[in-house]
Design a protein around this ligand. Structure first.
Ligand code: FPP
Length: 246
């Protein structure tokens, strides 16, 4: 660990980076409240943080970044707040379309997009389609996503294939079942980060994070920056992953 000025800087070992980082972008509301601002102002800054962190992950060579943008439970929030989050997403995606050939990021959406407005749903599909050719970094945006809901959707799809005689339930493996989830083809997250001081998983990537390393910090998402990401990766690199072995 090197010291630069007063701030402790963590250096990451670029040879041992996590392949897949997943983030619960939490604390936007509290960050805003602490500054006497509306919750939506926290989401607006949070969207910028997402941009910074996604760019940094790409620069570092992280292959997959998955973020929890809107859960199946977030519909319980006020219409104003839901509308503001959807508006920020739409703005971000329109900018992603504009900058696509420069950024070269592949976007995939995890979640049931059916309840979204037709305009936003079509934009998500367009971004997914147009960015599918990029191979460097894949950003998965969890939108109307819930880990339990994902497993139920996967179980239904598997049951349909059983009824159609395409698969034999007795031969189902964990790997095969993973292919029925939104994350089909994506390696499991190595590191799951939750800022804002909350230490729970909140229905995020339940199946996929079976052996993920968790990193919690009190910093709220709008204040999460490159140095915070380096701290998270540094903590991850200090762990011993045994996957149930010794
Ligand atoms: C959790 O903080 C955050 C959300 C539910 C929304 C996250 C959305 C964004 C960062 C903006 C749009 C996203 C993208 C990808 C451009 P919270 O509101 O639960 O915070 P609190 O726990 O402090 O209330």
């Amino acid at each position: 660990m090197a010291l630069f000025g007063k701030r402790e800087e963590v250096q990451v070992d670029r040879e041992r980076l996590p392949r897949h980082i997943a983030i619960i972008m939490d604390g936007n509301g509290r960050w805003a409240k602490g500054r006497g601002l509306p919750r939506t102002a926290g989401h607006a800054v949070g969207a910028e943080t997402f941009r910074t962190i996604a760019t940094y992950c790409r620069e570092l060579g992280i292959e997959y970044l998955t973020v929890y943008a809107f859960s199946t439970e977030n519909w319980k929030r006020s219409a104003d707040e839901v509308g503001a989050i959807m508006g920020l997403l739409q703005k971000y995606l329109l900018e992603a379309v504009r900058d696509m050939e420069k950024e070269k990021v592949r976007f995939v959406f995890f979640g049931d997009l059916a309840p979204l407005s037709e305009e936003l749903r079509e934009l998500c599909r367009q971004v997914e389609r147009d960015s599918a050719k990029f191979e460097g970094c894949q950003v998965n945006i969890c939108l109307n996503y819930g880990g339990r809901d994902e497993i139920v959707q996967g179980a239904k799809a598997f049951a349909r294939d059983c009824m159609a005689g395409k698969v034999d339930p007795e031969r189902l493996t964990e790997e095969q079942f993973g292919g029925y989830l939104y994350s089909a083809g994506v390696p499991d997250p190595d590191l799951v980060i939750r800022p804002s001081g909350e230490e729970r998983i909140s229905n995020f990537l339940l199946w996929q994070s079976a052996y993920a390393e968790y990193y919690f910090t009190d910093v709220c998402w709008p204040d999460f920056d490159r140095a915070e990401l380096r701290k998270a990766i540094g903590a991850y690199q200090g762990r011993s992953r045994r996957f149930g072995g010794v």
